[in-house]
Design a protein around this ligand. Structure first.
Ligand SMILES: [Zn+2]
Length: 95
């Protein structure tokens, strides 16, 4: 029993030494960046990111406003909101 107590004591000391480094891990780090130029947000699905057809995204941001030139772009939650708002003002109907 005495041996086990000593082992735990040693491990506590080790994690205390590693303490300062662990603090930085709190900020969310995603995997997918928003494709809107100038936007630094993450657009991972779990934090509200959305995929848009490139043509639809171009309607709002223009080709120069997008960093990706593929059929689909991925946008963050706030960019998606902006896109939805911009599309709402258009008279064209789409499903
Ligand atoms: Zn964005």
């Amino acid at each position: 029993m005495g041996f086990k107590a000593n082992a735990r004591k040693r491990r506590d000391a080790a994690s205390a030494a590693a303490g300062p480094q662990e603090k930085e891990a709190e900020e969310y780090v995603g995997e997918i960046k928003c494709d809107v130029a100038g936007c630094d947000n993450w657009s991972d699905k779990k934090i509200g990111g959305r995929k848009l057809a490139f043509d639809r995204a171009v309607d709002v941001w223009g080709e120069s406003g997008l960093t990706k030139d593929s059929k689909r772009v991925t946008v963050c939650k706030s960019c998606y909101r902006a896109w939805k708002k911009a599309k709402k003002d258009e008279p064209t109907e789409w499903t």
